[in-house]
Design a protein around this ligand. Structure first.
Ligand code: GGG
Length: 354
């Protein structure tokens, strides 16, 4: 019996609702496989915890997480706590401390769904955004000064290291080399962000010579437009922390919305636990209503299976999601239906057992 320990952080808003459905899928993985055990431990670290304890997780929170093989995360954010506090005290320290420098964000139009870009088909919409996940615009460097005076100012430094840039670009090239189009698109803005972005382009050029992969360099503004007008061109897109975040949300919109797309915060060396979560946030407007779409969270379990080198289980999950979308009438309100989070979760689980 192979056993994995899974730290579960449901978080805020719809996080606990969608995590609950994904845990049913994790259990189904054990049953289907027969020789697999996931030992889960839940952590109540969220904005309510912050309001009680003045922090988003205990002082030794990261040490507690380090004991686990993987982390399953829901969502963070509540109107009672400023977002930059909740995000910077929970999810970002986990990504940084555990060197989860790859944020893998697949964007794929699932069978049974139509893209809002009506003239685009399933073959057109299938790519992966590889987001740098530990530095860049999310470097936590800067400050405020002259507060309360007319000279008040804020400085935010974007830090791009050669080490950090090289490792994400190499990862993206390796991924592109394994996929059929063998094409890597690099999102930058080298004409205006005139130090960091040409620095990236230079590293792309150096690293790229080692791969038989076509390289495209696009400015982020044009690339955003091409995501809508010619998404079929893309296969693997590598981007800085902020650009990758924006592009993957845009990508999600082209395949039906934020409720559908997962992400893996990966430490490729497996020195530390990797973390799996939907790309969406806590959606306080629909929290507690039982109507959130659990597909993104359930799909994140599929990425977890891939990471644990059980891609056949990962495929089983995505296939089950697609079967439900294609062959049943079950749809949550974001997809134009009336079904609940639980209805969708249960339907996917039943499909897995078929
Ligand atoms: N499940 C993802 C989540 O809760 N995201 C909140 C968020 O905005 N995180 C910052 C980021 O990923 O850029």
């Amino acid at each position: 019996m192979k056993t994995y320990s899974v730290a579960v952080i449901p978080g805020d808003g719809i996080g606990p609702e969608v995590v609950n459905e994904s845990l049913k899928v994790l259990k189904a993985m054990e049953d289907v496989h027969g020789g697999l055990k996931f030992v889960t431990k839940e952590f109540d670290w969220n904005c309510s915890y912050y309001l009680k304890n003045g922090r988003m997780m205990p002082e030794n929170g990261l040490e507690q997480l380090r004991e686990h093989d993987v982390i399953l995360f829901g969502a963070v954010g509540d109107p009672a706590v400023p977002d930059h506090v909740s995000v910077w005290e929970l999810i970002l320290p986990i990504r940084k401390q555990f060197e989860q420098y790859v944020n893998l964000r697949p964007v794929k139009l699932l069978r049974g769904l139509e893209s809002p870009l009506r003239y685009k088909s399933h073959q057109d919409l299938d790519f992966v955004v590889v987001r740098e996940n530990t530095e860049g615009e999310y470097s936590n460097s800067g400050g405020l000064t002259h507060e309360g005076t007319p000279y008040e100012l804020a400085v935010q430094n974007n830090i791009f290291t050669r080490y950090g840039s090289e490792r994400i670009i190499k990862y993206a090239y390796n991924l592109a080399a394994k996929r059929s189009k063998k094409r890597l698109t690099v999102a930058t803005k080298s004409n205006a962000i005139n130090y960091a972005m040409p620095f990236w382009d230079e590293i792309v050029k150096e690293v790229g010579t080692n791969y038989n992969v076509e390289t495209q360099l696009y400015h982020i503004d044009a690339l955003a437009a091409y995501f809508i007008s010619r998404p079929e061109e893309f296969d693997v897109i590598v981007a800085s922390n902020l650009f990758g975040d924006i592009l993957s949300d845009l990508g999600a919109a082209t395949v039906g919305g934020l409720g559908l797309t997962p992400s893996g915060n990966i430490n490729p060396e497996k020195k530390y636990p990797s973390m799996f979560e939907p790309i969406h946030g806590s959606a306080p407007d629909i929290a507690g209503k039982g109507i959130a779409n659990p597909i993104a969270q359930i799909w994140s379990i599929s990425l977890m299976m891939d990471h644990l080198q059980m891609p056949e289980l990962g495929e089983l999950i995505v296939n089950a999601i697609e079967e439900v979308l294609e062959n049943t009438a079950i749809k949550t309100p974001d997809l134009g239906g009336k079904n609940s989070t639980e209805d969708m979760g249960n339907a996917i689980v039943s499909q897995i057992y078929k």
